[in-house]
Ligand binder design. Structure first.
Ligand code: ACM
Ligand code: ZN
Length: 487
């Protein structure tokens, strides 16, 4: 793969129009004419010295040759080939050597604020595969809904997957009025994934070389679980899953051993369902107001000599990181977990900006970068007339802004190995259905995919802009995605 060093630009009108842009492209005269099934035309060779997920693709008039060391490389070569075939079955003669920049190339899919279901997940997975994305971060538990069946605790879904109403979208359009929530009083749910559904999605993703990373939030964003089992909270009060967006101050009690045991039981079932190496344990936006006056939480802080409530969250992060490590899994936490000074095994997901990831790498933790600017693709995309633009948190994640993402910006070279990659986060407070979800994801995820796959020196916004219309058409025609326009 040494030839990849001198990467060529793909000209705007070239027949080779591939997203994400490959590392090295040598285009020649002529074409191969496909007859019958594409796989019958292709010769596969395994070459041990080709890096993981990488491939060489050679198209000549006499045939197509693909070499890789692993199944993922072969799969990605096929995704490239798909994009090279013209409508009349011609493939331009070309040699492509290709290898990803990062091993974590993800999307966050929030099924809690709104629930999208298996078919929408599969559509997302199909579009991810075409763009060589390989991590589906599945947000499954929240204040507003618990979305995964846990056999030992049926009330989590019986009670926790139904909320009595949702905020009215019209209210959200009023600037400065974000704290005024008008409930539509329409019950939402029950909606959740059975364990059979989960297995189906994990298997569907695995066939496309996508790892599913479940997120079980702790200690915050837990109101749906506390509504199902009030004893999990500090006060024992009976709540309902939340009918508004934001951050509830009612979080799991960190001082109650029964709550810790509950979370261990949940993680036991989750680890069985998700064979991948990562489990996300949340850790963001956990207000400490209730812990500050909870006798059990204060007792744990005193008994263990912890540094206040932040220390208690740190203790929980470490406890569950070790619990998961004993099961062969790596724990991931949002960047707030750094305040609790976690051990080096916890992976940090940097969302409030790049600072969390920069700090993580400096202290020796691995990190995944998804800074709110530009990776939060629930933010407006800056279209002239966007029917799905409800609220602005202050950022515009335009396609061009997404394309500027560099996960290692601000990271010293000798720490860059700690940056596993990055992801786009598609939170769903203001996304009511699958069609809106797709509009927000695509084509912005194509831009982020290129940032995660392609070396920075090989990227060009002008070149991407010239290539994206063909990908957009493919997403619409082949995958039936409601892809937003490119303006
Ligand atoms: C987050 O956006 N609260 C991780
Ligand atoms: Zn407590």
């Amino acid at each position: 793969m040494g030839a990849m060093a001198g990467a060529l630009a793909i000209s705007a009108n070239a027949a080779v129009n591939v997203i994400p842009k490959p590392s090295f492209v040598d285009e020649r005269e002529g074409f191969f004419q496909i007859q019958g099934r594409i796989t019958d035309n292709v010769r596969f060779v395994q070459e041990a010295n080709i890096p993981a997920e990488s491939y060489r693709l050679i198209v000549a008039p006499a045939g197509i040759y693909i070499a890789s060391s692993d199944e993922a490389g072969k799969f990605y070569a096929m995704q490239t080939l798909r994009q090279l075939i013209s409508e009349d079955g011609k493939v331009p003669c070309v040699t492509i050597d290709d290898t990803p920049r990062f091993k974590w190339r993800g999307i966050l899919f929030d099924d809690c604020r709104h629930f999208f279901g298996k078919e929408e997940l599969k559509k997302t997975i199909n579009a991810m595969a075409l763009n060589k994305l390989n991590v589906l971060h599945w947000h499954l538990t929240e204040d507003q809904g618990w979305r995964i069946e846990i056999k030992k605790y049926p009330r989590l879904t019986d009670i926790g997957s139904v909320r009595p109403g949702s905020p009215l979208p019209v209210v959200l359009k009023t600037p400065g009025n974000e704290d005024h929530w008008e409930n539509n009083n329409i019950p939402y749910g029950p909606c959740y994934y059975t364990q059979e559904d989960v297995k189906e999605i994990v298997e569907y993703a695995a066939k496309r070389h996508i790892t599913v990373v479940p997120e079980i939030e702790l200690p915050g964003h837990a109101l749906a679980a506390i509504s199902a089992y009030p004893e999990l909270g500090c006060t024992g009060e009976q709540f309902e899953p939340w009918c508004r967006w934001g951050v509830s101050e009612h979080i799991y009690c960190g001082g109650n051993d029964a709550t810790i045991k509950f979370l261990e039981d949940v993680l036991d079932e989750v680890c069985e369902l998700f064979p991948g190496p990562f489990i996300h344990i949340g850790g963001d936006e956990a207000p400490k107001t209730v812990w500050a006056t909870c006798p059990k939480c204060q007792k744990r802080i005193a008994d263990l000599g912890l540094k206040g409530e932040e220390g208690l969250q740190g203790w929980m992060t470490d406890h569950f990181t070790k619990y998961l490590a004993a099961k062969g899994k790596r724990a991931i936490g949002w960047d707030e977990v750094l305040d609790g000074e976690p051990g080096k095994d916890t992976i940090i997901m940097s969302w409030r900006g790049p600072q969390g990831g920069i700090k993580a790498a400096a202290r020796g933790n691995d990190a995944v970068m998804c800074p709110v600017d530009p990776c939060y693709i629930d933010n407006p995309q800056g279209l002239k007339d966007d029917p799905y633009e409800y609220i602005n948190y202050g950022f515009q994640a335009t396609l061009e802004r997404c394309y500027s993402f560099n996960p290692t910006a601000g990271i010293p070279d000798d720490q860059a190995g700690h940056i596993l990659g990055g992801q786009g986060n598609n939170w769903s407070e203001y996304t009511w259905n699958g069609s809106e979800l797709e509009w927000k994801m695509w084509p912005r995820m194509c831009a982020l995919a290129e940032c995660l796959w392609t070396q920075p020196e090989n990227k060009s916004w002008e070149c991407f802009k010239a290539r994206i219309p063909a990908m957009r058409q493919r997403l619409i025609r082949e995958l039936h995605i409601n892809c937003a326009p490119v303006e």
